[in-house]
Design a protein around this ligand. Sequence first.
Ligand code: 0R9
Length: 691
Amino acid sequence: MSEKSYNADDLKILEGLEAVRVRPGMYIGSTGVKGLHHILWEIVDNAVDEAANGYADEITVTLHADGSASVRDNGRGMPTDVNSKVKMSGVEIIFTKLHAGGKFDNENYAFSGGLHGVGASVTNALSEWLNVEVYRGNVFKMSFKSTFDKERKKWLCGVPVAPLKNTGEKTGEKGTFVRFMPDKEVFETVEWNYDTISKRLKELAFLNKGVKISLFDEREFYTIEEGEEDENGFAEGVKVALPAREPVSYKYDGGVIDFVRYLNGEKFQLYSQPLYYAAIKDVQLKGFPVGKIKIEFAFAHTKDDTESLFSFVNNISTIEGGYHETGFHTGLLKVINDYAKSNGVLKAKDPLFIADDIKEGLTAVLTVKMANVQFEGQTKTKLGNPEVKSAVEQTVTEGLSQLIKNKQLKPVFDKIAQKAKFAADDRIKHRAERDVAKAASDSDGLNLVGKLAACSGRNPEMNELFIVEGDSAGGTAKQARIRQCQSILPLRGKPLNVQKKTALQALQNEEIKTLISAIGAGFNRSFDVEKTKYKKVIILSDADQDGMHIRCILLTFFFKYMRELVNAGCVYIGMPPLYRVFKKDVVEYAYNDKELDEKIKIVGKGYSIQRYKGLGEMSADQLWDTTMNPETRNLIQVTIDDAAEAANVIEMLMGDKVEGRKEFLAANANFNKVDGFIEKVHFKAEQREED
Ligand code: 0R9
């Protein structure tokens, strides 16, 4: 990669920051918790770009006690020279001009990441203040502020407090430090989510080998412990400080190879060393000059029968797939077919493997870095540049053909070919059973089992499927529902834990068959999210250990066999209340112990409390008001941003090895904690109120 000298004249100057403040959603998607983290990622992405291009190897993110966040890299330092046309320093342009930055013309960095690439100026526009320090021989400083101009009745966003200052202080350090305070007037919440941040930083460390990424959480956390009760029975809470979080650092010298090992975690790998290859190719995207594309992959097979392919484009997880994944599969299939034929695994009379055969048990990480990316799909996480397919296919073919020449790797390729042969034989043998599964999902769900109360409407956008724990709660839900658009599927016992079963075993289970049939979009590889009868599939289980287990089993099922449904944001967890606090006509519901105190205060003296031990204890009206009515209920949408973590934790909780699970449960014996863990780690779930 050639080093290009850079100065402030290179920066393009577009529009003002007020536009960002007026329509933040256009730039950062939302002003909720996702949008908040987006403005941190803009700064982190810049630091990662500097590292990915070989100029930095350390990045530190700090969540400060005052609510601000900072990012430090040890790269070259942002440009500090003055642009002769606009008479501004590079730093000032970067933080005050939208779309300013080398990465938009792609000359400055050979490869650049970033979520939407809106740039650091958006972070500045949506911050109360932002401070920058650049270490380039001397220490340079600059501060920005957002204020409301009362006379002109408008926001002045990210305005420099003074020009960039060379403090004169000498430094032997290199790099850039950016600290900012997200604006409370803009965001619905300004609370950083530690799990979200640590997981993303870990992922970035896997994707950028050798870069050390650290996270410091300097915030103070308190818990409220109950104090003495007064004569009215009210207890004042006592604030108790919780211990500070230990800093964490992620650094993976093996990069995506380490990522594959991490993904496989406890699972048995058929060969210990994942296969790895990387190359830079030319690619000509339609309407653009020839550019470079960097392709890197690692994979290893396990005994599993499903595939886990984690693909990324410019460090962004492409959970909806796209042309790079197609190229990867085509290349792999071709090489393994050729190998199997020339090494006697496939006899002359045998049909060739199909893609499904080589996917069985495959854990792979594929990363692509390129310019002018086109993202498509429901969540804009599908790579839409068709030209990438052949670049990846060629890289996989060339890479694996090289690896095959290494005699030491013969046992590895033999195992891969044999695994594919087993899968092909199994596929041919069990085609009939698979047809049964297909027939189940094609039927309307009523003829197979009688217990699904299907809604009368046929519009998936409107329709909701409630999977309810227990026949009695199921009965109540049937009374409470809106017949036109709410279907109820009561579960009798615990459904089958599919983690320990093959796809065919899963298909023999009545409850699973009913579920597949009710959703009507197929199963496993035949699953087609476009055919789902419900855009909301809501798991409704009790707030106890059994309910948690049922929720876990169902999430495992969706994760393993209907992942697209989760990716498309169609899977939800219903939140029944734990308490009903009432006095005559006044009724309040509390969803946790903290809320209970608040609700008691609202209802006031003479209140009574009903503690719900299960959904079955609620009347139809109560279940409707608290859990099913779209106007008043709370749902948790299950998202899959951290699918890697999800796969691991599911394997630990639901897999064969009892030891890990016992330890995990011992450490998280408190149900609420286990519950929280599942929502945040299994599938990063965001609580969102229905609108
Ligand atoms: C703490 C977060 N780090 C950054 O935001 C950061 C941006 C940046 C940078 C350059 C070096 N380090 C950086 N850190 C840089 C320097 C030079 C050329 N290109 C990039 C040079 O000295 O020649 N960025 C400069 C511009 C931009 N980043 C961008 F905003 F355009 F992206």
